[in-house]
Ligand binder design. Structure first.
Ligand SMILES: Cc1cc2nc3c(=O)[nH]c(=O)nc-3n(C[C@H](O)[C@H](O)[C@H](O)COP(=O)(O)O)c2cc1C
Length: 475
């Protein structure tokens, strides 16, 4: 009898928790996995008290460790990120603080930065003033769910940052929030193609007509899979995706491993000039550095033929993310951004293009320290994909390619997508972008700079570590 009563109480309690979980909108994991999902939040909350007994330290997880992810989660939720007792980090670089940091009243907000030029060879009709230095890197609708794209678009609008469409074309979800958009032109030219896969000038003109589209981005490569196109299985090519991408419904869509019409530096320059002429908007190029020699040749061509120069380049490191990529390319091909960015910045400056070609850096630059590092090393902007996925609740389940993402961010299953509430996640996206910018500015102030535009290589120094973290002296 007592046993029966206890059982009824437990079941009633579980039913109440279940109803609470499916009705709330803040935690996708609880909506998608009612009751069971509390195990994650229990482990997250109480885990920090168990650190001394556990075997996996906070900085051991990959690709992003718990310290990095927690920083993003807490920022996105608007929770304090202050640390107590001391730092757990063992940094490989630090910033050189000034003896006399700027006073609060001397601090300046980010002044914005122009991309594209209004006069002279290579000019465009509508240069773009970027209002923020940290923006959203390309992720296609298809790789991301409609709820995730909607959250990013609304969050980007709230924070005043831009988002790139990724190579999968422009959807109504990108336009939903009213944010500034970069339209990516991938190797299959999805959303901008003729039936046989060539660039459709009519479609390009039509897309450029949207006031929200501020720039175009020719994607040569992304860090996770340089030299490889994507495959979208026919089962995923719904009528909606087919219409957005400009491909037949229900058939496998294979994007070529490079643009068929761009096989040399001269052809790249010609393509950039053509897109800029048709659209009137700035044109950038996203690429991954392999041999720095071709960057040198390319920028020499830009200096000699200014009409060929891109308005920006996005330097994606080999450690970049993806919806799906073969392991050898993801693991072993392409320079990491830590090497690539200083090389590209130096070559740009050697060719006198410092004020002509803006540099965007990306690949695992998701926390203020890494973003400030990139700005010191010559980046004008930093873009992130996975930082914003974390802001939307991604738990690094590494299931993006399966369509079964438990947080709905990259899911295909409508039940999993339904757990992700764009109204809530848009605020988190904006919170993350704002907190990140605030803390990069805080580093600048500590270095004696009124705003982040003064960052230079001299503000960062590598740490040399010897025995026990101190340099060993031999004499
Ligand atoms: C799910 C997913 C989809 C992506 N789709 C694209 C894409 O369509 N086009 C592209 O240029 N890069 C794509 N990327 C790469 C990102 O734009 C970015 O360059 C890379 O992940 C490095 O940034 P991160 O380390 O902040 O994620 C994708 C990344 C992820 C995680």
């Amino acid at each position: 009898m007592i046993f029966g009563l206890v059982l009824i109480c437990i079941l009633a309690g579980l039913a109440a928790v279940y109803l609470h979980d499916v009705r709330q909108t803040q935690h996708t994991i609880l909506r998608n996995f009612p009751v069971l999902g509390h195990v994650r939040y229990f482990a997250e909350t109480w885990g920090e008290y168990m650190r001394q007994y556990q075997y996996l330290p906070d900085w051991a997880e990959r690709p992003f460790n718990r310290l990095e992810r927690s920083w993003v989660y807490r920022s996105a939720k608007g929770v304090s990120n202050l640390v107590s007792f001391g730092s757990e980090n063992v940094p490989s670089f630090v910033f050189r603080n000034a003896a006399f940091p700027v006073l609060d009243e001397e601090k300046r907000g980010y002044p914005g930065k122009l991309i594209g030029i209004a006069t002279g060879p290579g000019a465009c009709r509508e240069p773009y003033v970027a209002k923020h230095f940290f923006n959203i890197s390309g992720m296609s609708y298809g790789a991301l769910s409609h709820a995730a794209v909607t959250s990013l678009s609304r969050g980007a609008k709230l924070a005043g940052i831009w988002m790139s469409t990724g190579e999968g074309g422009l959807s109504k979800f990108h336009l939903d929030g009213g944010a500034d958009i970069v339209m990516q032109i991938g190797t299959a030219k999805y959303g901008l193609r003729t039936q046989d896969g060539a660039l459709s000038e009519d479609r390009l003109r039509e897309v450029a007509g949207y006031p929200q589209i501020k720039m175009f981005e020719v994607k040569l490569a992304q860090g996770a899979k340089p030299g490889k196109g994507g495959v979208l299985p026919g089962a995923k090519v719904s009528a909606e995706i087919a219409a957005i991408r400009g491909i037949p419904e229900g058939q496998d869509s294979i994007s070529p491993n490079r643009h068929r019409d761009i096989g040399s530096i001269a052809e790249l320059g010609g393509f950039i000039a053509r897109v800029r002429e048709i659209t009137g908007k700035p044109v950038g190029v996203k690429f991954v550095v392999g041999d720095p020699g071709y960057v040198d040749e390319w920028f020499a061509d830009c200096a000699a033929h200014p009409e060929h120069a891109p308005d920006y380049v996005q330097v994606d490191g080999g450690e970049g993310g993806t919806g799906a990529a073969p392991a050898p390319l993801a693991d072993y091909v392409g320079l990491p951004v830590t090497q690539a960015l200083p090389i590209v910045a130096a070559i740009r400056d050697e060719h006198g293009l410092h004020d002509r070609i803006r540099i965007i850096a990306s690949a695992k630059l998701i926390t203020p320290d890494k973003v400030a590092w990139a700005l010191c090393m010559g980046a004008d902007f930093v873009s992130s994909a996975r930082g914003f996925m974390f802001a939307m609740g991604c738990i690094q389940a590494m299931k993006c390619g399966s369509g079964k993402c438990p947080t709905g961010v990259t899911a295909v299953d409508p039940k999993l997508i339904a757990g992700l509430d764009p109204a809530d996640k848009a605020v988190r996206v904006a919170n993350y972008a704002r907190r990140l910018a605030d803390e990069v500015e805080m580093i600048a102030h500590s270095c004696g700079l009124p705003d982040v535009t003064g960052f230079a290589p001299k503000h960062v120094t590598e740490i040399e570590r010897g025995v026990g973290g101190f340099r060993a002296h031999s004499g």
